[in-house]
Design a protein around this ligand. Sequence first.
Ligand code: ADP
Ligand code: MG
Length: 353
Amino acid sequence: SMADEPQLIKPIGKSVVHRICAGQVILDLSSAVKELVENSLDAGATAVEIVLKDFGEDSFQVIDNGSGISPNNFKVLALKHHTSKLADFPDLESLTTFGFRGEALSSLCALGNLSVETRTKNETVATHLTFDHSGLLVAEKKTARQVGTTVTVKKLFSNLPVRSKEFSRNIRKEYGKLVSLLNAYALIAKGVRFVCTNTTGKNVRSVVLKTQGSNSLKDNIITVLGMNTFSCLEPLTICISDGCKVDGFISRPGQGSGRNLGDRQYLFVNGRPVDMPKISKLVNELYKGANPKQYPIAILNFTIPTRAYDVNVTPDKRKIFFSKESAILQALREGLQQTYSPSNVSYSVNKVE
Ligand code: ADP
Ligand code: MG
């Protein structure tokens, strides 16, 4: 058997390594679509359309009106660790884009079938590009399109048999998670119109999300979550220190939600949707002090200098490492305690801004 004899150490084949790593960057449907939406936002798009076939199981497409991709980038576009966003390691400290590692398109190539249609303002026609599983450009043809980019991924995970089965089995759950993530971007992005549609096998097309691209968080909340939800929220601003602050909206004590709806708490750091379990827990805990039976809806954006946190904790960049986490938690605790203190009379009037 394997264990009896000393074994030779050999390198794993490149394409296998690529597939394994890709499966860590792209965990599921929502992390795949998230990468494409972030690319559109990084490209300065003011309109982003997400087109799903069979809830994303058959294909998904992200269409934007951003800068487009220049022809001299076509060949390297989907190669691993190729990016236009990060020149040097020190840049990591002053990141302002969502992407910077050049891993998304390369990972999507490894896991499914990727094609791109793009045009910059310097071209009169667009180009349709097809890539293989290793990220090599294998076909190129001219086509008509406005300035911007469309990325299409067909049959995500078809290249990872176990994940693929799991993906089909859990597709409704994956879809639900995706819709909630798209809501997060639609809430926080200023001046960007979002549309998401889903078409099922029987050619029934439904509009999942549609926003007007307002410039205020308040208007975005009303569009995405509805006026009824908005009218139960209270604006909130907490200064932390050193240029750090939190602002957004949170449920009033008597007007929370009956269940712990994870999908109604949206947390952001500098406009980047992130998972912050400790902060969610703290928000729930403090709300319980004022209203033991309910959970708060919360839309909170943390403004933190880029040098004070790291998003490179997990391959999907959803977790975040703060250098001053305890100070942030403490300030949030104090701020929420004040917001929810019985002497805070603003709740007695049904105030709608
Ligand atoms: P990253 O975003 O980390 O740079 P990606 O693999 O997501 O890596 O994208 C690789 C490169 O492709 C980007 O740096 C960008 O130059 C280009 N790109 C991808 N999507 C778009 C888009 N929608 N519009 C314009 N350029 C794009
Ligand atoms: Mg990217």
